[in-house]
Design a protein around this ligand. Structure first.
Ligand code: SF4
Length: 389
């Protein structure tokens, strides 16, 4: 990058000026990862100090049967496939109870677009889950699922959200966003929820008082300009509603031969690689710099491994996904040895070892518990440090 442009961008960041689309593309163009990290760290420190948030959650997928066949998805199954499943309501409750422990604060529920399950199943399952786990917040459904519910129920999204909230839904999930630019989207997404409907449904959720996450699936066939465009759309919507609590860049995953049927389900695998750790760190940093109005940037460590997750804290990230015992959507595609369980004490060590203060939050990003500040590195040198995979 031209030295003059670098100085110009640096001056804008330190002056707190909003970055433009061109600035975002220029930042992606830079190979100076340490410089990007420094700028993003400045921004994250201004917005979040030395705090790193986490929450203790579990993932529940009620069904993997889906009417769509998104090109990157290794989770979906068609009816009758050997490992297709759909939980009865009592099964879902039993499964959730098995995952419950005294530390659990949130259940994250996303599912396939099941062709025959009736609409009434969804609020009913939330009611039963809420009755069984009254202290656990339910973060459920993507905007794509909500639009699917419109189709199968004949109701509008507003009534659907009202009923789901009445049944116990605390927040939508951020899924279904992928990359909004149609140039890319038409090749990877096989459902009808594009920017217009995704933003319509999140806008409605914000109007009803929900705080929702926003996401972006990166590292497949998109280019940096598509990532910047994606962030610009979300930033504009955030200016309007203020309802996004967090932005989560999700790393596209390759599929591996499924031992159950020998299939690879990811149809864009042959033409893609996965984002390298440096690319992921760059994406976290540029996202943090572009989003002057979304308070948090999250690293979902299951997709990155613990080393990259720890490093990401110096590249704009201030939120780590909590102890995840089960997460099928990612783990159907993961053969990288990323552990799928991390306990509270491991997470705290990871955050302290990076020099930050852990803060437990709830689904609405309200603080549940503040932990001690980290012990300085100089004081810790005499102690052997954890080596993260
Ligand atoms: S990404 Fe979601 S909507 Fe698309 S095929 Fe997979 S489960 Fe279905």
């Amino acid at each position: 990058m031209d030295v003059g442009l670098k100085r110009e961008l640096e001056a804008k960041v330190y002056a707190g000026e909003r970055l433009t689309r061109e600035d975002g593309i220029a930042l992606y163009d830079s190979d100076d990862l340490a410089w990007l990290g420094r700028l993003a760290h400045h921004k994250r420190t201004e917005m979040n100090g030395d705090r790193v948030m986490f929450n203790v959650n579990r993932h529940l997928n009620l069904t993997n049967v889906c009417s769509a066949s998104c090109a990157y998805c290794s989770f979906q199954r068609k009816p009758g496939e050997k490992d297709a499943y759909t939980m009865r309501i009592d099964e879902a409750v039993r499964k959730a109870k098995e995952m419950e422990d005294e530390q659990l604060t949130e259940l994250h529920i996303v599912n396939g677009l099941h062709p025959t399950l009736p609409w009434r199943y969804y609020p009913k399952v939330l009611r039963e889950l809420k009755a069984a786990l009254p202290n656990v917040k339910l973060k459920c459904f993507t905007a794509t699922e909500v639009q699917w519910f419109e189709k199968i129920s004949g109701l509008g999204a507003s009534e659907i959200l009202d009923e789901l909230m009445d049944a116990g839904m605390e927040s939508l999930t951020g899924g279904g966003a992928e990359i909004f630019d149609w140039e890319v989207r038409q090749h990877i997404v096989d459902h009808n929820t594009h920017w217009e409907d995704w933003s319509r449904i999140h806008r409605l959720a914000h109007e009803k008082g929900m705080k929702t996450p926003s996401t972006m699936l990166y590292g497949h066939i998109e280019e940096p300009r598509h990532r910047v465009d994606h962030v610009m759309r979300l930033r504009e919507l955030q200016d309007e509603t203020g309802g996004f609590a967090v932005f989560i860049p999700l790393r596209y995953q390759h599929d591996f031969v499924d031992s159950a049927d020998g299939k690879i389900r990811n149809r864009i695998q042959a033409q893609t690689t996965m984002a390298a750790p440096a690319e992921s760190l760059k994406t976290f940093a540029v996202s943090r710099l572009m989003f002057d109005n979304v308070p948090h940037v999250k690293c979902f460590w299951v997709m990155h491994g613990l080393s990259v997750a720890q490093l990401s804290l110096n590249f704009g990230v201030d939120d780590l996904d909590g102890s995840v015992v089960e997460y099928k959507i990612t783990h159907d595609a993961d053969s990288y040895g990323t552990p799928n369980t991390m306990h509270r004490s491991d997470l705290l060590d990871l955050i302290w070892d990076a020099g930050y203060q852990p803060v437990e939050r709830n689904t609405r990003y309200e603080i549940v518990r503040e932990y001690d500040k980290p012990i300085s590195l100089a004081e810790r040198r005499s102690e052997p440090q954890q080596v993260w995979a």
